[in-house]
Design a binder for this molecule. Sequence first.
Ligand code: GDP
Ligand code: MG
Length: 174
Amino acid sequence: MSMEDYDFLFKIVLIGNAGVGKTCLVRRFTQGLFPPGQGATIGVDFMIKTVEINGEKVKLQIWDTAGQERFRSITQSYYRSANALILTYDITCEESFRCLPEWLREIEQYASNKVITVLVGNKIDLVEKREVSKQRAEEFSEAQNMYYLETSAKESDNVEKLFLDLACRLIREA
Ligand code: GDP
Ligand code: MG
């Protein structure tokens, strides 16, 4: 068995308003770092991380939106073949939460009907500036049949859990 081999390959796509922390979540998970300053945009379309789950090698191809979210130019090609979507908002930004229905409409329009969507409330380290209660987010995610998790890319809270739980679910439903 060569180093290139894997048992599963999944494409995971991050979506959500600009500034909610998508790039930081990807970099925290794939590189173990929190980028300083505003320069968080990565110059590649996706990053790869291979994890091992119950002895199985799971290769995760994680797609970031690198600024296109501002221009609403994310279209079918971006969602096509995504096995999972991480729909992210910022718990300190009400506006990013209020935009979620718009993102859900895009998912419905462009993504596969088998896609697994996880709702993520990021920046939980800024809980004193919270604008969206956990209860409100949980009610919303339950109504939409989505799994919900609060994370901090900065403090590394729940970031591993987010991707590993998602990989486990993807294997179960593969
Ligand atoms: P994107 O536009 O969704 O990719 O968001 P970025 O990853 O570029 O992050 C936008 C801003 O939020 C940057 O200034 C980050 O440093 C900051 N940020 C991202 N995640 C967190 C977090 O978990 N906690 C805090 N306090 N700031 C964060
Ligand atoms: Mg970004």
